[in-house]
Design a protein around this ligand. Structure first.
Ligand code: IFM
Length: 434
């Protein structure tokens, strides 16, 4: 495998999943605090109250990041830590935590890549309608301005949103994530406001003339038809529209996919003049979170029906299909490029066993190796892929699955907060050294 000298190697996390300290130093309540404490929403009743206690152990964690040898660390800011009321007055202690973390990273020669929104909306804003409320997009842009002004001189890369499909569909469509609303039609409004928020943030960022790049991270998954039957092909196309093009098209083409008429009817009332121009202004890069593909057949009504995986699956039930990463990169490059691309997340959950202080997670290691090989293939084909971040640095709070699913290349004992480098981390470390 060959990679350019300046290829960025990284590892990623997100605030609610690792920080803990949910009630400290003036942090406000987030939708995930509320949701995780609602009985039946998260497996085993787990919450992010303590998580990896990264808020207190960040120095040790940065030392591990350094030990791994990555160039960059992607983490997210908790909006309710910085603006406990979602808007208005700034919580200096919350900001100071991120300043300490960034200082530590820079001291260790690790470049900080910051996500502004990785799903922990302040609960007070949800009480005003959350992402169903158009004003939330504006509050998001105001919060981003605080982050840019306070941290903008030391950040190398900004990501506006992480996976708006998840925030919109899982949060407002099927209710599997916070805030747990279940209304399929209205989740398109939430998605539109998230995209609008992205546009406003980028617009505000450009006015500050800071040097770092800014982009967005989407969770993309190629949808393959289960057979050459035209009905399956049409169903796969619809699934692709729902999962991928609904976000890619407005951001990079300034329009929603016109073949999805039913969805257009849901979103149209939310679109105001100028919205799509705002949403589609230039990004410096696109971040892609890739885990798996979809295999789709048409049901009796021609609607997409997810098919059983053909190959092995991870502990999430997600099929391991590395070639889909290459197909995806090629397609994004051809249809939406040229544009610098980053894999901002890639990784796998498996059941880990600690044997005499060691975790032989060879399936995770193989998963990473096979996906990194597809990145090399993409670069060989001329696709401007510029970086790769493993998800995740640490085992952490895996949303509705709580602590039951482990994605980390570093094991976390949630009783003692001990960290152990899994074999996959040792492999990544030696791969990066070589
Ligand atoms: O843990 C999540 C992350 O927060 C967003 N992308 C997918 C990961 C695995 O489910």
């Amino acid at each position: 495998m060959r990679f350019p000298e300046d290829f960025v190697w990284g590892a990623a996390t997100a605030s609610y999943q690792i920080e803990g300290a949910a009630f400290e130093d003036g942090r406000g309540e987030s939708i995930w605090d509320r949701f995780s404490k609602t009985p039946g929403k998260v497996l085993n009743g787990d919450t992010g109250d303590v998580a990896c206690n990264h808020y207190h152990l960040f120095k040790e964690d940065v030392a591990l990041i350094k030990e791994l040898g990555v160039d960059s660390y992607r983490f997210s800011l908790a909006w309710p830590r910085i603006l406990p009321e979602g808007k208005g007055s700034v919580n200096q202690k919350g900001l100071d935590f991120y300043k300490r973390l960034i200082h530590e990273l820079l001291e260790q020669g690790v470049s900080p890549a910051v996500t502004l929104y990785h799903w922990d909306l302040p609960q007070v804003l949800e009480d005003l309608g959350g992402w169903l409320n158009r004003d939330t997009a504006k509050y998001f842009a105001d919060y981003a301005q605080v982050a840019f002004r306070e941290l903008g001189d030391v950040i190398d890369s900004w990501i506006t949103l992480n996976e708006p499909w998840c925030s919109a569909f899982l949060g407002y469509g099927n209710g599997e994530h916070a805030p747990g609303k279940k209304d399929f039609p209205s989740h398109f409004r939430a998605a539109h406001h998230l995209l609008l928020g992205h546009g406003l943030v980028v617009e505000g960022y450009r006015q500050l003339n800071l040097g770092a790049d800014i982009g967005i991270t989407l969770n993309l998954a190629p949808q393959y038809p289960a057979s050459p039957d035209p009905r399956d092909i049409a169903a796969a196309r619809k699934a692709d529209g729902f999962q991928n093009r609904w976000y890619l098209d407005p951001i990079f083409k300034g329009r929603y996919p016109s073949d999805l008429e039913e969805f257009m009817a849901y979103v149209s009332p939310a679109i105001q003049p100028g919205d799509l121009e705002l949403i589609s202004q230039p990004n410096d890069f696109l971040g892609i979170n890739f885990y798996s593909r979809g295999l789709v057949a048409a049901d009796a009504n021609g609607e997409p029906q997810r098919q059983k995986p053909e190959r092995s699956v991870t502990a999430m039930g997600w099929e391991v299909y590395p070639e889909a990463l290459y197909d995806l990169l090629l397609r994004v490059h051809q249809d939406y490029g040229p544009l610098p691309l980053y894999i901002t997340e890639n990784g796998a959950a498996y059941e880990d066993v600690v044997e005499q202080g060691r975790i032989k997670d060879h399936k995770r290691q193989a998963y990473l190796e096979e996906h990194i090989a597809q990145c090399a293939r993409a670069i060989d084909s001329g696709i401007p892929l510029q970086g790769y971040y493993v998800w995740s640095l640490l085992d952490n709070f895996e949303w509705a699955f709580g602590y039951d699913r482990r994605f980390g290349i570093i094991y976390v004992d949630f009783d003692t907060q001990e960290r152990i480098l899994k074999d996959s981390a040792l492999w990544y470390q030696s791969f990066l050294r070589s």
